[in-house]
Write a protein of this length. Structure first.
Length: 189
């Protein structure tokens, strides 16, 4: 464990409010980044980030210093993100809207929020496509890919973070990569 993190945690446990702010400042970008990649909505990611730190502070006395603090914190953030995805329901958008007090319905124009190819470079298009493919993965595959490739966690760290057997982590990463490869080759959409 990082000695500096341990010192900050000890100060937190002693009631030092500045230490709490220091921990948040130190890890909020990492937590927000993972939450955003999981839930894809900035406001939801902000809520998850805040809830992650609330839960962290509530459980700090149970933290095991033999584990990396970042991995422990990412466990909280990833579980909250997955819980959010499970609770979230897709709400259909009506294509027709009835005016109040009228029997007439009018068509609602739905704009495609995506950028046209004339607006982006080919590199940006590839980046967007890759992000879409990762975002299309089921949550249990997406989280291991994000932790491995965005947060650069080792397989062991991912296993500890998600409280999964190492073999399960390896299998999920392998399956996620295979699924991404098939989708890139156009064999599966």
């Amino acid at each position: 464990m990082n000695a500096e993190d341990l010192a900050i945690i000890r100060r937190c446990l002693a009631g030092d409010e500045r230490a709490y702010r220091e921990l948040v400042k130190r890890y909020e970008t990492m937590v927000f980044s993972v939450a955003l990649r999981m839930v894809r909505q900035s406001q939801d990611a902000e809520d998850i980030t805040q809830e992650t730190f609330v839960r962290m502070f509530g459980a700090l006395e149970r933290y095991d210093p033999s584990r990396p603090f970042a991995a422990w914190l990412m466990t909280i953030a990833s579980r909250l993100s997955i819980d959010h995805l499970r609770r979230r329901r897709v709400r259909p958008i009506p294509l027709f809207q009835r005016e109040t007090g009228s029997e007439e319905e009018r068509v609602i124009d739905v704009r495609d929020p995506g950028l046209g190819p004339e607006d982006v470079t080919s590199h940006r298009e590839e980046e967007l496509r890759t992000q879409e493919l990762i975002d299309s993965l089921p949550p249990h595959y997406r989280i291991v890919v994000l932790l491995r490739h965005q947060q650069d966690l080792s397989y062991d760290e991912i296993a500890r973070t998600l409280d999964l057997p190492l073999g399960t982590v390896k299998a999920r990463i392998h399956r996620a990569r295979a699924l991404l490869k098939r989708r890139l080759e156009g064999r599966e959409t």
